[in-house]
Every structure is written in structure tokens, then in C-alpha cells.
Design a protein around this ligand. Structure first.
Ligand code: FAD
Length: 283
């Protein structure tokens, strides 16, 4: 064995909603440990910012990328970089996106600042091409390193049919590391764009949440539909539909996954228009 640390832990600790029962968590810190960890059924955990994990936990191993897989080498690659483009060294899938965005801003490197405020890890954000109307993860990718049982592959964005909030990578394809492709700018100009993108988040709740619950059906705002159904502030147990923004479910403290599912059911029933869930449900 290559020695990943393995511990049975409540997944509530790793999700932004703060909900989720126990699983066997594998803290993988090298590529070798990751290759070993994917030899039995597994799920990959990123920042846990899009997940509603069941109170009963999950039966599979849950992989958490740490150590070398959570380090960012932002040194420009001299062979691939040009006078206006920087291609970085490897950035681990386990790197928290918010800190990375701040570092790039300080270095005056542009392309990813539109993702400011997304509380993901790099791997999770790449896997679903997280973004806002100001930019998305695939704006700044050069190479993706993908691990699956028995293989490690290097892909470029052109190898994938990526699009709006999806990378085309099947579930279980682990984004272990990426190389970023950035443009030279100035720290002031990048900061100005970040501030602009951040403004759009002003109305979002500050409590524990996995972000927006439903996709906007046919261009109509899901939040508006939920609000019009009179559901702002509705509560089940420890879960509540945020009074600030009806498309967010928040944990008031002690919420269970059953509470969250009951609220999602109530929304579906009262809104009447079919809406696709944004959250990923585990299991
Ligand atoms: P997780 O929630 O941990 O996992 C989500 C999925 O990604 C799972 O299937 C998981 O297996 C997979 N995954 C995680 N890591 C990897 C990896 N290394 N390799 C392969 N698969 C992996 N999203 C937006 O797009 N735009 C927004 O503006 C936005 N705003 C948000 C605001 C708040 C306050 C919150 C809580 C969430 C917001 N989100 C937003 C949702 C969420 O941050 C994104 O969906 C993000 O991409 C999830 O990444 P994560 O690392 O937290 O993944």
C-alpha cells in the first residue's frame, strides 16, 4: 500500500451545507495514492459546495485530495508560455479555488477572475465547469490530468465537448491536477473585474448552504418562482429557504438531509413548473 490516511468521518464536516453522515474518507496526497484509492468503488469530494449528502452517509470510499494534490505551482512554464500567455506548472485538484483566484490576482494574471466567490476546489470546479456570467473554469485551462481505475491521462480542453456548467468528463473521472492558461494583465485590472463579479453575489445568504438549489427553468428565475409561491423563509426542522434569496436552502444549525429533502419536495409541489435540481445528492 502507498499509505493514504483512511478515517471514518462524518461528511457534514466537508460540505458547505454542514449535512451528511459517515463514510470512509481517503486522504490522498500523491498520484500513486490516488491510483490505489480508485481500485475500489469511490466518490470524489471537492469543496463539498454542491452536495446534499444523506444522513446515512455513503457506502463508497470518499476521496479527498490533499498534500501534493492540493498544491499550486504557478511558475510559468518557459517552453509553453509566450509574451502574453502564461502556462503554469501543475495545480492540484484539491486546491481551494478562492485562494487560487486571490493569488492569480496578486500576480496580475487574468482568465479565471470571473469565478470569484465560488467556494469549490479546483477539481470540482473543473469537473462541472463552474462559473458565472463573467467567466468559467474552462477559460483558463491548458491541460487536465485525469485519473480513472488503471489509467492516468493528459487531456486538453479541445479533447472534451465541454459547455455550460459541464466538462463532459464522466462521473468518477478524477481531475487530479491541471495546468492553467492565463493572460498577463495587472493586479489592479484583475481586482476590478473580481469586484464587479462579486457585486452580483450581494443578495446571497451568508449561512451554511450548497448554493442555488434549482436551475432556472427555460430562462425564468427559479428564485423568483419559489418566491412567488410564497416560500421565502419556509422551514423544515433545521433547514430554511433563505429569506434573502429563495433559490438558496440554508442550514440554521442541526439540519438533517431529510429536512433538506422535505424542503426541496415542498418547492417542487408548490412551484408546479418542473425544475431541474442543481445540487448533487449523495448517495
Ligand atoms: P463538490 O461539491 O465537492 O462535488 C461536486 C461534484 O464534483 C461531485 O460529483 C464530485 O464528485 C465532483 N468532484 C469534486 N472534485 C472532483 C475532482 N477533483 N475530480 C472530479 N470530480 C470532482 N457554482 C457555479 O458554477 N457558479 C457559482 O456562481 C456558484 N456559486 C456558489 C455560491 C455558493 C455560496 C455555494 C455554496 C456554491 C456555489 N456554486 C456555484 C456551486 C458549487 O460551488 C460548484 O458547483 C462547484 O463546482 C462545486 O465544486 P466542489 O469542489 O465544491 O465540488
Amino acid at each position: 500500500r502507498t499509505g493514504a490516511r483512511v478515517e471514518r468521518l462524518p461528511l457534514a464536516r466537508f460540505t458547505t451545507l454542514g449535512v451528511g453522515g459517515e463514510a470512509e474518507v481517503w486522504f490522498v496526497s500523491t498520484l500513486e495514492q490516488l491510483r490505489e484509492a480508485v481500485e475500489a468503488p469511490y466518490r470524489v469530494l471537492g469543496g463539498g459546495s454542491n452536495l446534499v449528502v444523506s444522513d446515512g452517509g455513503v457506502p463508497e470510499r470518499v476521496l479527498r485530495l490533499t498534500g501534493q494534490l492540493a498544491e499550486a505551482d504557478l511558475t510559468p512554464d518557459p517552453e509553453l508560455s509566450t509574451s502574453d500567455t502564461v502556462v503554469t506548472g501543475w495545480v492540484g485538484g484539491g486546491v481551494p479555488l478562492p485562494g487560487l483566484i486571490r493569488k492569480l490576482q496578486k500576480l496580475g494574471l487574468s482568465n479565471l477572475e470571473g469565478t470569484v466567490g465560488i467556494p469549490a476546489q479546483v477539481g470540482g470546479a473543473v469537473w462541472m465547469n463552474a462559473g458565472t456570467r463573467y467567466g468559467e473554469m474552462f477559460d483558463g485551462l491548458h491541460t487536465l490530468e485525469i485519473v480513472t481505475p488503471g489509467s492516468v491521462r493528459h487531456l486538453t480542453p479541445d479533447d472534451l465537448n465541454w459547455g455550460y456548467r459541464q466538462s463532459d468528463l464522466p462521473r468518477g473521472h478524477v481531475v487530479s491536477r491541471v495546468r492553467l492558461k492565463l493572460r498577463h494583465s495587472t493586479s489592479e485590472a484583475v481586482l476590478a473585474k473580481m469586484d464587479f463579479a462579486d457585486l452580483a453575489r450581494k443578495g446571497q445568504p451568508k449561512m451554511k448552504t450548497p448554493g442555488c438549489a434549482f436551475k432556472n427553468p427555460g430562462g425564468v428565475s427559479a428564485g423568483k418562482l419559489i418566491d412567488e409561491a410564497g416560500l421565502k423563509g419556509a422551514r423544515v426542522g433545521g433547514a430554511m429557504i433563505a429569506p434573502e434569496h429563495a433559490n438558496f436552502i440554508v442550514n440554521l444549525g442541526g439540519a438533517s438531509s431529510a429536512d433538506v429533502h422535505a424542503l426541496l419536495g415542498l418547492i417542487r409541489e408548490r412551484v408546479g413548473v418542473p425544475m431541474e435540481l442543481e445540487y448533487e445528492l449523495w448517495p
